[in-house]
Design a protein around this ligand. Structure first.
Ligand code: GLN
Length: 493
């Protein structure tokens, strides 16, 4: 019986708990059982604490028994990416350098969810400091794609996307700097929303590239993603880039359909390198949505082609500065080695993995005195052009429709020794990141080989609502979310 919970939406689980039909304890127990069965095999979690999850669930049941009004997420299990600070609970960012680190405070989003009565089931695996597209850069172990365990789940929020796809949790939070919520959502066949830059407070999100980082929900349906977004969005004084314009979305409005909505397709950006099955999925979705009354129009993003080069200067530049704090003194593991200078070198040399060291070197170089104008400053100028491209395109269209990734999930090991090939996988997700625009990936179907395909919608700042509406309209029409990975269907022996 408890297995039936696993396929419920977060929305309906919340309703069952609120109405008293089911206890939060029962619901949580079912997901913990599923986690116990599949999580080690998939490598979804870096830290699990079933006892504390059960205690959180009991407290929701107690509050209900005392007649307290419960919020929509009360008693709903949720997984947190391991770069979100959780008070007293290990937060490693997938890095050795933070092994054993227990933050003394909660991230803003964690605080909000705690108040909402959500139940934390664990901290999910990710690429070290969120740098990567496959979760293979985790210093601990890789995460496997629930649809094909020989393949990557995407990254960097691979653990969060895989755990939702594997029915280990109905909801998860990830973080997205250049695609890290959307790309793993696409690879795992779930919904992933990167909110507008400034919609969600970054307080307590371990910084990678502060001008790009956003925390975003991962769920199986658009409504569930909306529910989680509503719980975390809005102004928070502790993050001066968070904005009061960020308002909860209306769930009723999501049912309105796409009639009259102008959807722009940036054909010029598509073209070579894109998998034919993904191109076909895009064409199919454009046709279906236009059949539902959307107006499909052409848009151009002339500078988006430069977005990878731009991002791989700006993001490493910011990272090289943000990661300076891990020196073995203020944070993290210290490797003792002679005098202070050697201690720094040994701590950082051994504490950081290869990709993180590569980014620190790239970023330091791009910011160094002789090269600043040629690289960092130039990249910032191109970023402005890309931002303008989006503003222009979103005058012609209400939202832009494009693939989330150029290919379906690749094999574990396939790209790990070729950083450029790995970076190129971000071609469709990075432009919206540089523009600060909200962007959402929704499951659009499967390849012939049974691998998930994700499509992306990008909107105007603070119009998350429009993106969720498109995703909801698509779901109502083509129920890709009902298909279940074999490992789940078989009950994972
Ligand atoms: N894959 C990109 C990178 O490695 C994006 C990562 C992210 O969004 N955190 O930088």
């Amino acid at each position: 019986m408890s297995g039936a919970f696993l396929h419920e939406t977060a929305e309906s689980l919340g309703r069952l708990v609120r109405s008293g039909e089911r206890s939060a304890l029962e619901v949580t127990g079912a997901f913990l059982e599923r986690i116990a069965r599949t999580a080690d095999r998939l490598g979804t979690y870096l830290h699990r604490d079933p006892e504390s999850a059960l205690a959180m669930a009991r407290s929701v049941d107690r509050r209900r028994a005392m007649g307290e009004a419960l919020s929509p997420l009360a008693g709903v299990p949720i997984a947190l990416k391991d770069n979100l600070c959780t008070r007293g609970v290990p937060t490693t960012c997938g890095s050795r350098i933070l092994e054993g680190y227990r933050p003394p405070y909660d991230a803003h989003v964690v605080e909000r969810l705690r108040d909402a009565g959500a139940v934390f089931v664990g901290k999910t695996n990710c690429d070290e400091f969120a740098m990567g597209s496959s979760t293979e850069n985790s210093a601990y172990f890789p995460t496997r794609n629930p649809w094909d365990q020989e393949r990557v789940p995407g990254g960097s929020s691979g653990g969060s996307a895989a755990t939702v796809a594997a029915r280990e949790a109905p909801l998860a939070l990830g973080s997205d700097t250049g695609g890290s919520v959307r790309q793993p959502a696409a690879f795992c066949g779930v919904v992933g929303l990167k909110p507008t830059y400034g919609s969600v407070s970054r307080y307590g999100l371990v910084a990678f590239a502060s001008s790009l980082d956003q925390i975003g929900p991962i769920a199986r349906t658009a409504r569930d993603a909306a529910l989680l977004y509503n719980a975390i969005c809005g102004r928070d004084e502790r993050d001066m880039t968070s904005r009061a314009e960020a308002k909860p979305v209306s769930l009723d409005d999501l049912e309105r359909g796409v009639k009259g909505l102008r959807l722009g397709i940036p054909r010029g950006l598509l073209g070579e390198g894109i998998d034919p099955e993904i191109q076909a999925a895009l064409d199919g979705a454009a046709r279906e949505l236009s059949g539902e009354g959307a107006d499909v129009v052409d848009v151009t993003l002339p500078h988006a082609r430069s977005s990878i080069a731009t991002y791989y200067l700006i993001a490493p530049a910011e990272a090289s500065s943000n990661l300076a704090r891990y020196d073995g003194v203020r944070y993290g593991r210290r490797v003792k080695d002679g005098d202070l200078k050697h201690m720094y070198g040994a701590t950082r040399g051994r504490g950081f993995g290869r990709e993180v060291r590569r980014r620190i070197l790239l970023g330091t170089y791009a910011l160094s005195a002789g090269y600043y104008d040629a690289y960092y400053l130039r990249a910032m100028k191109v970023r402005t052009l890309i931002r303008r491209d989006f503003a222009d395109a979103l005058r012609v269209a209400d939202a832009i429709l494009l693939p989330t990734t150029p290919t379906p999930p690749f094999r574990i090991g396939e790209k790990i020794d070729d950083p450029l090939a790995m970076y190129l996988n971000d071609i469709f997700s990075i432009p919206a990141s540089l523009a600060g625009a909200p962007a959402l990936s929704f499951p659009a179907g499967f390849t012939r080989a049974g691998l998930p395909i994700g499509l992306q919608v990008v909107g105007r700042p603070f119009e998350e609502q429009t993106l969720l509406r498109v995703a909801r309209a698509w779901e109502a029409k083509c129920d890709a979310a009902s298909r279940v990975p074999r490992l789940v269907a078989e009950g994972a022996r």
